[in-house]
Design a protein around this ligand. Structure first.
Ligand code: NAD
Length: 253
């Protein structure tokens, strides 16, 4: 597939060593972009991609890694804010320090990386930011109070940043995946009492009847990041097997 050629563009992907971020980095690379991955553990990044260790919860680490990425790539046109961590529980279950930890990565990680990248994006002819948000921002999911709050904040931040930077020509959008078949979800399934039943329940929650693939999310990210989406800003693109938008009758009725 080469629907959205990106030759000459330079992209940074946080959390790009695993799952969705890894698929995004690989597809950006395949479309001709020069790519840098910023990750807590960037081991396993393909040789064609610049791998940089960074913690999005640490402002100094982010600034140093974004500067190193810009130097290695010769600038930054595309920023994909993907690094994130999960949390399970109702509003009664997570202690304050866990709230601070998750918001520090999922929300402030986006703030820090975008803040560090903006001077470079301003010098680009095709600047774009894509945030990886979640179905948890637009639908109430059980046992996800903290995680949902973090992703709801990312959705609102996406809209606010899109407004702030539209006159500079910088587009900001987000992608809202449903449940995606990544190492993260594999860890959740491994921890379940009955992993097969849990996988079936998560698949059945999506009208398509299966989990989303990381490559399907990457395709949406690459579209939003590409000049083909030059008139698209301030949107949330759901890649969720219909989970957010559809209301089906029970099968056979
Ligand atoms: N998997 C899903 O079902 C799903 C659904 C909706 C949204 N998302 C979102 O997609 C993103 C990626 O999820 P995934 O399933 O690919 O997860 P994953 O755990 O497979 O990969 C996450 C990557 O982020 C890195 N990372 C974590 N904390 C970091 C930090 N502080 N600094 C730098 N890197 C860090 C990890 O090292 C890892 O490489 C997350 O933002 C997640 O909330 C995932």
């Amino acid at each position: 597939m080469n629907a959205y050629p990106l030759a000459g563009l330079r992209a940074v992907v946080t959390g790009g060593a695993s799952g969705i971020g890894h698929a995004v980095a690989r597809l950006l690379d395949a479309q001709g972009a020069a790519v840098a991955v910023l990750d807590l553990d960037p081991a396993g990044t393909p040789d064609t991609i610049t791998a940089l260790r960074a913690d999005v919860a640490d402002d100094t680490s982010v600034r140093e890694a974004v500067a190193a990425a810009a130097a290695a790539l010769g600038g930054i046109d595309i920023l994909v804010n993907n690094a994130g961590i999960g949390a399970a529980g109702t509003v009664e279950d997570n202690p304050d320090d866990q709230w601070h930890t998750v918001l520090d990565v999922n929300l402030l990680g986006v703030v820090r990386t975008t803040r560090a990248a903006l001077p470079h994006l301003r010098r680009s002819e095709h600047p774009a930011v894509v945030n990886i948000c979640s179905i948890a921002a637009t639908a109430g999911l059980p046992q996800r109070a903290l995680y949902s709050a973090s992703k709801g904040a990312v959705l609102s931040l996406t809209l606010a940043m899109a407004a702030d930077h539209v006159r500079e020509g910088i587009r900001v959008n987000c992608v809202n995946p449903g449940t995606v078949d990544t190492p993260w979800v594999a860890r959740l399934l491994d921890a379940a009492a009955d992993p097969e039943a849990e996988r079936a329940a998560l698949g059945a929650r999506q009208p398509t009847g299966r989990l989303v693939s990381a490559d399907e999310v990457a395709a949406a990210v690459v579209y939003l990041a590409s000049p083909a989406a030059a008139s698209v800003t301030g949107t949330a693109l759901a890649v969720d097997g219909g989970m957010a938008g559809l209301r089906l009758r029970p099968a056979g009725t």
